[in-house]
Design a binder for this molecule. Sequence first.
Ligand SMILES: Nc1ncnc2c1ncn2[C@@H]1O[C@H](COP(=O)(O)OP(=O)(O)OP(=O)(O)O)[C@@H](O)[C@H]1O
Ligand SMILES: [Mg+2]
Length: 276
Amino acid sequence: MANSPKFTIDGLKATIEGKEILKGLSIEIKGGEVHAVMGPNGTGKSTLASTIMGHPKYEVTDGSITLDGEDILEMGVDERARAGLFLAMQYPSEIAGVTNADFLRSAINARREEGQEISLIKFIRLMEAKMKELEMNPEFAHRYLNEGFSGGEKKRNEILQMLLLEPRLVILDEIDSGLDIDALRIVATGVNAMRSEDRGFLIITHYQRLLNYIKPDFVHVMMQGRIVKSGGPELAERLENEGYDWVKEELGIVDETVGQDTEEFKIPMNTTAPKY
Ligand SMILES: Nc1ncnc2c1ncn2[C@@H]1O[C@H](COP(=O)(O)OP(=O)(O)OP(=O)(O)O)[C@@H](O)[C@H]1O
Ligand SMILES: [Mg+2]
């Protein structure tokens, strides 16, 4: 398994505008594995995804991120993409003036050596085949990237990018949000078809429903900018049934969010809100 990746985050801390959001997060994802990350709103999940990809707004202050022992934090955004990191964003950006097809072809070629670029005809065949798998209307190839796409169309388009780029680490941030029931099934089929020893997955979601379609090997709970609990698929089922209170109780966590430093937000559990 020469090509099987090993992606490691160790003790990661990251700040935005001086505010610490990630507070010592560790996770290891190997080729063939699907890791689901769940957690209440505002606990740092999207921040984790953006920090892995090298979004310039987030400053890493401690810890490490490596892929096969290579220091990811030393790499620019382009280099990270070339190394095989891929993020399907919670809120994909719209780019006017660049067609979806042009964008996809540039993205594929950016990952190839000079002189090894994909030919136009090969690219079109490949793109059309993948769009068909995702039951996308061919006209989406020629529209500007995400411009005017519906929420679900944007998500499906993110998966199209994933299929074409064949990344080594796939991060899906709430890929299920906004998808109708048929689209969820189609997207999950696309993801499952990509499961192999050659790549690992980090899937951020709020709902067990997605995990019925994409069976995770590991489920992690994120609170306060860290992974506070890990388990197998049964953990997601328990969260679906019981919510997060039992995790907070077990770990003595009062406020699971990050970035809200004011004491008023820290209402203890099992008590009614203080009257002012
Ligand atoms: N650019 C920013 N400026 C200020 N605060 C930010 C910024 N980005 C993130 N934060 C704060 O960091 C915290 C974590 O945000 P993040 O988007 O990572 O949460 P999340 O776990 O993805 O939540 P959700 O489940 O709602 O998507 C939030 O309190 C958020 O307001
Ligand atoms: Mg988020």
